[in-house]
Design a protein around this ligand. Structure first.
Ligand code: FDA
Length: 396
């Protein structure tokens, strides 16, 4: 096997974080090589945001991240913020727009972001090897040696940017966790996040018939709540509110769903009892909720033909509880097959928050999704990739 010694920095993984780190290290005059087993770089950027890449969020702050140490992400996010990434996007004249809640998307295509990163990489003279498998890693006296399908690479710094386990079909692997374990670094148990829920068998039949129904809800687990859209599917619940809350849910727990967070159902029913006594409950509920879902509610509660005039206080209370405090118990999640990200990862206790370097292994860095920092939906995960990649890029 040939020995290749031309590089100072070897970056494993040519996704969002790896490319950003390579650009920054290259700008500092470091000789950088990015190695990836995929056919093309940054495949997740390509498919993200429905092909338009939600590349950052105007309101991105440490509050948008889950981690065992909620302070860890602060330094990286402030040294390279969404404003910095937006400036880069503007320099490359990529048209973009705010969709909702500060989420920025490309007007044309996510490929514009990939092209931008590759142009920056070329300018920084960083190299990229694709379709290269990583076989073995070892620590040497002055750095690291990486056995690959193309030869043995030697470098002073090794950056692990291989992402999480989400979407194995796209080439996601647990390599980053294996490398951390090899060097004795602690890992916070990875689990799928930003992922749809599945039904338990007892409600699957009734709820799957509602497939396609969407509504704005408030989904709550303990003290965390998200007010966004929910989508009922054949297999379970999805939509932004559900994906967001899935990151906080644990097996066996329930999610409280308020299906009408902006309306007081008890008040509306009481008022309508006098104003529209001959109308049915389903008529009234359909003013606020999708008709199919209103029908499901009255059938489920055994109130199909009930007129508003006959509503008792108890019935109103039952409707109110069902709609405002609905205890949904997921059967599980769709898992890594469709999860947008992986929660957990290399423990932040093992890393410098300034540089992302392992405290106990000089020259070894972890960036992006492989680290135990996971963003909310809405561009925060890419911002973490940019910010952590930038941080390591200044130090490798
Ligand atoms: P990333 O996964 O991007 O890159 C890792 C790289 O390492 C890959 O190129 C992979 O091929 C390579 N690799 C892995 N194992 C390897 C091995 N064993 N050998 C060699 N190479 C290996 N976020 C957001 O902020 N806005 C959005 O719009 C979306 N949309 C979105 C849609 C979908 C469908 C998914 C699955 C995810 C998103 N995300 C998102 C999340 C976002 O894509 C994710 O957080 C970042 O891509 C993480 O960047 P990394 O560089 O850390 O990993």
């Amino acid at each position: 096997m040939k020995n290749i010694n031309n590089y100072d920095v070897i970056v494993l993984g040519g996704g969002a974080a790896g490319l950003m780190c390579a650009i920054e290290a290259g700008k500092r005059g470091r000789r950088v090589l990015v190695v990836d087993h995929a056919k093309a770089p940054a495949e997740k950027i390509r498919i993200s945001g429905g092909g338009r890449c939600n590349f950052t969020n105007l309101h991105c702050s440490p509050k948008n991240f889950l981690s065992q140490n909620s302070h860890f992400c602060k330094s990286a996010l402030s040294n390279y913020s969404s404003t910095d990434f937006i400036a880069l996007v503007k320099r490359h004249k990529i048209a973009f727009h705010e969709k909702t809640l500060g989420q920025l998307f490309c007007d044309n295509s996510a490929k514009d972001i990939i092209k931008m990163l590759l142009v920056e990489m070329a300018a920084a003279k960083a190299e990229l090897w694709l379709e290269t498998s990583i076989e073995h890693i070892s620590k040497t006296e002055d750095g690291f040696s990486v056995e690959t399908s193309e030869g043995v690479l030697n470098g002073q710094s090794l950056v692990v940017a291989t992402g999480g386990r989400s979407i194995p079909k796209m080439g996601a692997t647990g390599l980053g966790y294996d490398i951390a374990a090899q060097f004795g670094l602690a890992i916070v148990e990875p689990r799928p996040a930003l992922v749809p829920f599945t039904y338990t068998s007892d409600i699957a039949e009734a709820w799957s018939k509602l497939s396609g129904v969407a509504m704005d809800v408030r989904a709550t687990v303990a003290k965390t709540r998200f007010e966004e859209a929910m989508l009922i599917t054949h297999r379970g619940l999805s939509g932004p509110a559900i994906l967001q809350i899935s990151s906080y849910w644990r097996e066996g727990g329930t999610v409280e769903i308020n299906m009408l967070p902006k309306i007081n159902v008890a008040e509306e029913l009481t008022k309508a009892r006098h104003e529209r006594p001959k109308a049915t409950i389903v008529n009234l509920l359909s003013d606020f909720l999708p008709k199919r879902f209103s029908q499901h509610i009255v059938e489920h509660l055994g109130m199909r033909e009930q007129k508003l005039a006959d509503l008792s206080k108890k019935t109103i209370q039952i409707c109110e509880d069902y709609i405002h405090r609905h205890p949904f118990m997921p059967g599980g999640t769709e898992g890594y097959r469709t999860a947008e990200v992986t929660l957990g990862g290399v423990s932040t206790a093992e890393l410098s928050q300034k540089t992302m370097e392992a405290k106990s292994v000089s020259g070894l860095f972890f960036i992006g999704e492989v680290v135990d920092v996971t963003g909310h939906l809405g561009g925060h995960n890419f911002q973490w990739a940019w910010s952590s990649g930038y941080a390591a890029g200044q130090s490798v």
